[in-house]
Ligand binder design. Structure first.
Ligand code: PTJ
Length: 250
């Protein structure tokens, strides 16, 4: 299939077709798991119901995420097989804009896939990719899924966990991390435990967090703290659910 994608941007389903193409290419390249195809289908259904747009409340959550990352002592962006296939270059830009580390963390961990994802991220400009050392642990998870880097996710104060499995999101929450979750399903456990749930397609969410981070970069800490403290995660989840259940489909 290679990397070419011939659909014109004017196509009404351009973004959804591009997403499918990237996920399929990710599977072929050994980056994305076959379960990732199923996760993609589920996300696509929610995105369709949302109107395939960034809602006002998601945009607000993305601004809060940017403020939270800028305030963090040690922010880390966690990357799985779907995330690496969908937004590799965009993650590198976000990491640069916020000073975050990038760490590969897989639900179905194999050394081959860890290496393939790290290589893929380096090809897209990442200078350092964590996760391969695996000298830290997330308590409460089985051995393979608990593996993290001691100087990465284990010691992070703020973690971005997109398209995350609910068990791991809960375990990270129990470790006291501030979690920023990107997930199109507002009812998923990951979104429910997040300090900052972002109900948006990762394709739109990551570049928008970066844009907010660039805009907020020179603001004093007090302004960023106000943005974070005024955020209501329950209201954000309720707004997303309302948009999905009762939004106008075009
Ligand atoms: O690469 P691995 O081994 O770490 O595995 C990754 C997957 C995604 C397969 C694994 O974490 C998994 O099974 O996840 P779940 O439990 O299916 O959850 C994925 C969530 O992401 C679901 O709630 C989907 O609705 C959501 N999702 C899927 N695609 C997108 C999305 N959210 C935002 N943007 C998307 N493009």
């Amino acid at each position: 299939m290679a990397d070419e994608f011939d659909v014109p941007e004017s196509h009404p389903r351009y973004e959804s077709l591009l997403t499918r193409h990237r996920i399929e290419a990710g599977v072929e390249k050994g980056i994305t798991s076959t379960q990732g195809l199923i996760a993609e289908g589920r996300g696509e259904a929610f995105d369709y119901l949302l109107g395939e747009r960034t809602t006002e409340s998601a945009d607000e959550a993305e601004r809060v995420a940017a403020a939270s990352l800028l305030l963090a002592d040690h922010p880390v962006f966690s990357v799985n097989g779907n995330v690496a296939a969908l937004v590799p270059g965009e993650i590198v830009e976000l990491a640069e804009a916020t000073g975050a580390d990038i760490e590969v963390n897989l639900f179905n961990r194999t050394e081959e896939r860890m290496e393939a994802i790290a290589d893929h991220l380096r090809e897209h400009g990442a200078s350092e990719v964590k996760g391969l050392r695996a000298d830290g642990r997330i308590p409460g998870l089985d051995h393979e899924r608990a593996k993290v880097d001691a100087d990465g996710i284990e010691s992070a104060d703020v973690v971005v966990v997109p398209l995350e499995d609910g068990d791991r999101a809960e375990a990270l929450d129990s470790m006291g991390k501030t979690e920023i979750v990107i997930d199109l399903n507002p009812l998923s456990r990951s979104a429910q435990v997040a300090a900052v749930p972002i109900v948006d397609n990762i394709l739109r969410a990551v570049p928008n967090i970066t844009a907010h981070a660039r805009e907020l970069a020179d603001e004093p800490a007090s302004t960023l703290e106000t943005i974070v403290s005024e955020f209501d995660s329950d209201a954000a989840l309720a707004a997303a659910e309302e948009a999905i259940r009762h939004g106008d489909l075009q």
